[in-house]
Design a protein around this ligand. Structure first.
Ligand code: A2P
Length: 283
């Protein structure tokens, strides 16, 4: 990847701009709208939100107020855990689109595999919900469908019943949190791996081992982590509400991390909070 408009290609040919703008934990209202406006102004063309983030309305306002042609942007949102059912999925999608103020979506993801209230009915609810996802795709309302936070055993089932296979798995990945088994599984099944929390939700930013490597490239830890993600073949989705950082996080194309430093970053010890187990979380 040489510039922000370079893309990863999904199995159906849809192109995904290589750095997405994350909006998890971005407060709804003026902050979300302005950060999206800033991001688009800086050159992001890929914006990632979710129904549960509670900011789809303001994200949509930012998208529209940017004045950039809809077809030149790549927009993702996600289905929340209360809608793992055919009719509920269709309804949730329509509501998300209304909040976003969009006619079509580029990527629709199932946010979590295994909601707590229906955990004993994983197969039945997944089947019902995925049928709705497939129809949204076939009707042209979404250009690509996929999942988030899925582990290989969830994907085993989904792949066994899917007429249209998930094209993406969006998971938490940063130096210190590298779920290699899941990465290998998704790669084998030709799913694009999107990396949320590529900066460890900020926890990486003071880490000495990362600072030492960043210094070698005269860059920051944030940019080093985003570049590491790209060089690993992931699609990073850094989040920021700060104009300077938003701009900075896109400026990662002027250096290349050496194989030796990639190996160090690949094996760095865990930072930040332990990853939530989707089969045990309380939502
Ligand atoms: P803020 O949004 O206040 O600018 P992640 O993308 O891993 O979820 O990390 C997001 C966190 O990292 C946020 O707290 C964000 O702060 C912070 N952040 C994002 N980009 C940078 C940067 N370039 N330098 C320092 N902190 C950053």
């Amino acid at each position: 990847m040489k510039k922000p408009t370079d893309t990863f290609k999904l199995t159906n040919g849809v192109e995904v701009p290589c750095i997405g703008f994350g909006t998890w934990q971005t407060p709804d209202g003026e902050v979300a709208k302005q950060s999206v406006l800033d991001a688009i102004e800086c050159g992001y063309i890929h914006i990632d939100t979710a129904a549960i983030y509670g900011n789809e309305g303001s994200v949509g306002d930012g998208i529209r107020e940017s004045g950039v042609d809809r077809k030149d942007l790549f927009i993702t949102t996600k289905l929340w855990n209360d809608s793992h059912d055919y009719h509920a999925c269709k309804k949730a999608f329509a509501e998300s689109m209304k909040r976003l103020g969009l006619e079509y979506l580029d990527l629709y993801l199932v946010h979590w595999p295994n909601p707590v209230d229906i955990r004993d009915k994983f197969e039945e609810t997944t089947k019902s919900m995925w049928k709705a996802m497939e129809e949204l795709y076939e009707e042209g309302k979404v250009r690509a469908i996929g999942v988030s936070n899925y582990l290989p055993h969830h994907l085993d089932y989904l792949l066994s019943i899917a007429k249209i296979k998930p094209m993406v798995n969006q998971i938490r990945i940063y130096p210190g949190s590298v779920p290699q088994e899941n990465i290998d599984y998704c790669t084998k099944h030709e799913m694009l791996i999107q990396a949320y929390s590529p900066l460890g939700t900020g926890s990486l930013l003071g880490a000495k081992p990362l600072q030492d490597i960043a210094d070698k490239y005269d860059t920051t830890i944030a940019k080093l982590c985003i570049k590491w993600s790209l060089q690993r073949g992931f699609n990073p989705l850094p989040k920021s509400v700060t104009t300077g950082r938003i701009k900075d996080n896109l400026d990662v194309f002027g250096f290349e991390i050496s194989d030796e430093d990639m190996a160090i970053l690949n094996s760095i010890e865990n930072f930040g909070e332990a990853e939530a187990d989707p089969d045990k979380v309380g939502f």
